[in-house]
Design a protein around this ligand. Structure first.
Ligand SMILES: [Zn+2]
Length: 396
């Protein structure tokens, strides 16, 4: 029996086959279709405007202000960084690794592995300024240990094997200084609920616990991630050893989310690569509603879809990397990737910067493909970039 008007839906519709508890539920009355209609009705009230550069810049200012507010960034508090280098070792021959700790808010500390390749040091000794790149980690990989390629931990080795996500190390091997932070709730910054040294604990993150504390206070986990990365850029400026005109950001999965938001909001990021995190919200986060809580920024969908946030990065060089069988794209697969890509492409076209946007399409499921590091590194020259086309497709 289907629920009908006038019938109390709290009363079971049909007894059906009785289970051990005396009742078997044969049908469910979910909110799914209602929420999808609400998304269509109220969502994306501030879409990217790309009809002219003037319209784009006016929209970007308005959308940036709204995004800053929705992320709760107005509630974050500046403080002295009080940076300290707490250990120095060799990550691998030719790459020094520092563990740096900075204070991002009062009494909130962020450890960062800074990978400094010998060629970057040589450039600096010769009076030059090497480029640097921030590499935030995604979920399930243990934070900075995976992005910095620290395989001394069995858990990180597992994360790297699963996602190939040691992209901080991959970029350092290309001569870039790579800063690999532990985001809030990851690695050394896990809240008590997921602390511990068993591999599954090391790879876990405490986004849910952070969200429960932050959201009722008008703050968000995504906003805290972004704030901490903005403070990491403050640290780069304070340290003043690398090229402040060429600060990059590269992230996969949840690290891609951080890269997307940071680059949209902070003009100090000169170029970016977002991998495994570009799709329309309705399919990828409303219908797939069991993703990590850090993805769900209260109020966000009413104003912006993910393509609009990506559009805010124009005209800076941007690589988007997508895997065709990534289940996080949603049931419509690459269709749900191409739609927001069209929005981003519209912004780049409007600013005459189509040659600064590259969509790298890869086979297989949710993982980082190291060619993303090549494409990102290629963007350091003047466009058109070597090996860079509007769409680069990797063969299976
Ligand atoms: Zn999360």
């Amino acid at each position: 029996m289907k629920p009908g008007p006038g019938r109390n839906p709290a009363v079971p519709a049909a007894a059906g086959e009785k289970g051990r508890n005396g009742m078997k539920t044969v049908s469910y009355m979910t909110c799914q279709s209602r929420m999808e209609r609400q998304f269509d009705r109220f969502g994306r009230q501030m879409p990217a405007r790309t009809e002219s550069p003037e319209a784009f810049w006016a929209w970007k200012k308005e959308a940036g202000t709204k995004l800053y507010e929705l992320l709760g960034l107005e509630r974050m508090e500046r403080c002295p960084l009080e940076s300290q280098v707490t250990e120095v070792c060799e990550a691998e021959p030719g790459i020094r690794r520092e563990r740096v700790v900075i204070q991002t808010e009062p009494d909130v500390w962020m450890p960062v592995y800074v990978l400094i390749p010998e060629q970057a040091e040589a450039k600096r000794r010769a009076g030059g300024r090497p480029s640097c790149v921030i590499a935030p980690a995604g979920h399930g990989s243990g934070g900075k240990i995976s992005t910095a390629g620290d395989q001394s931990s069995a858990a990180a080795a597992l994360g790297i094997r699963r996602y190939h996500c040691d992209y901080g190390l991959q970029l350092a091997r290309k001569g870039l200084v790579a800063l690999c932070p532990d985001s809030r709730g990851f690695g050394e910054r896990r809240e008590p609920a997921v602390q511990g040294d068993r591999p599954e604990q090391v790879l876990a993150s405490s986004c849910r616990q952070l969200a429960h504390m932050a959201e009722p206070l008008g703050m968000t986990v995504a906003g805290m991630f972004v704030w901490d990365l903005m403070r990491l850029i403050d640290y780069i400026e304070e340290r003043d050893q690398w090229n402040l005109e060429d600060i990059g950001c590269v992230g996969f999965s949840g690290g891609g989310m951080q890269t997307l938001f940071l680059t949209a909001l902070d003009g100090r990021v000169a170029r970016a690569c977002v991998s495994g995190y570009l799709y329309g919200y309705k399919d990828a986060l409303l219908k797939l509603n069991d993703n990590c809580s850090c993805n769900y920024v209260p109020g966000l969908w009413r104003y912006l879809d993910m393509g609009d946030i990506g559009a805010m990065i124009a005209p800076r060089p941007l690589v988007i990397q997508s895997c065709v069988e990534d289940p996080l794209n949603g049931a419509r697969g690459m269709e749900n990737v191409r739609e927001p890509m069209e929005v981003i492409r519209g912004a780049y076209a409007c600013l005459g910067a189509e040659d600064r946007l590259c969509h790298h399409i890869c086979p297989g499921g949710h993982q980082w493909h190291p060619e993303g590091a090549d494409l990102f590194a290629a963007a350091s020259g003047e466009p058109p970039y070597a090996g860079w086309a509007p769409e680069v497709v990797k063969k299976a």
